[in-house]
Design a protein around this ligand. Structure first.
Ligand SMILES: C[S@@+](CC[C@H](N)C(=O)[O-])C[C@H]1O[C@@H](n2cnc3c(N)ncnc32)[C@H](O)[C@@H]1O
Length: 206
């Protein structure tokens, strides 16, 4: 979760503002005027991009500093920002969303929290709704660096990452009832400065 780390990070306003490659790549699955929730929107770059492309977005992040900045700077009637914990929030209600989008957030939470979250996501999706996930893999170059604090979990660069085993994530999603529309582990998905890690992408349909 690393609340303080993310608040400090977003206060500095150094995070990239252009949409992620993942957001651009999944546009082909999205239809205008449908309803999306982004879990862990950070500085809002992907949520803003989706809203500018006609999607109604609810963007949630624990970082109240980032959400305050977004509320004051982004005036767009297709988007709403909420400062909250996406695991414990009450917004993931029965069949509310067409899309749930989670980029680089599932590796921020504990495995038991992931289990709670993905059940809530399933419940909150409308029939045929899509769950988009991009997340760090155990095949990442930085896997194993820093202090080990749990299974596949390390504190490195002042925050915790729990690297994901793609097959385990896919099996969990399937066991909840998701049909897997796309699953791939690859480089060239999230190139940032001189880093080009192996990243997992999974898309599940309810
Ligand atoms: C690596 S950043 C990714 C931000 C954004 N999705 C992106 O791709 O630019 C992880 C984000 O998840 C948020 N986060 C982590 N755990 C959270 C939780 N339990 N509830 C809400 N936000 C959380 C952090 O505050 C941070 O903004």
């Amino acid at each position: 979760m690393d609340y303080q780390y993310w608040n400090d990070y977003y206060t500095k306003e150094l995070a990239p503002k252009k949409p992620s490659q993942f957001a651009i790549d999944i546009m082909k699955y999205l239809e205008k005027d449908k309803k999306m929730v982004e879990l862990g929107c950070g500085n809002g770059r992907d949520s803003i991009f989706f809203s500018e492309n006609g999607i109604n977005v609810l963007a949630i992040d624990q970082s109240d500093k980032s959400i305050d900045l977004l509320k004051s700077s982004c005036k767009n009637d297709k988007i709403e920002f909420i400062a909250d914990d996406f695991i414990r929030t009450s917004i993931l209600n029965n069949e509310t969303f067409d899309y749930v989008y989670s980029r680089f957030t599932i590796h921020s939470i504990l495995e038991e929290e992931e289990d709670i979250l993905i059940k809530k996501v399933y419940n909150s999706l409308k029939p045929k709704g899509l769950f988009f996930i991009e997340v760090r893999s155990i095949k990442d170059d930085i896997y194993g660096l820093g202090l080990k604090v749990g299974r596949n979990t390390y504190i490195y660069n002042e925050h915790r990452r729990r690297f994901i085993v793609m097959e385990e994530l896919v099996e969990k999603l399937k066991s909840l009832g998701f049909n897997i529309v796309f699953e791939k582990e690859s480089d060239n998905y999230a190139v940032y400065k001189d880093q080009n890690p192996i990243i997992i992408r999974v898309i599940g349909r309810k």
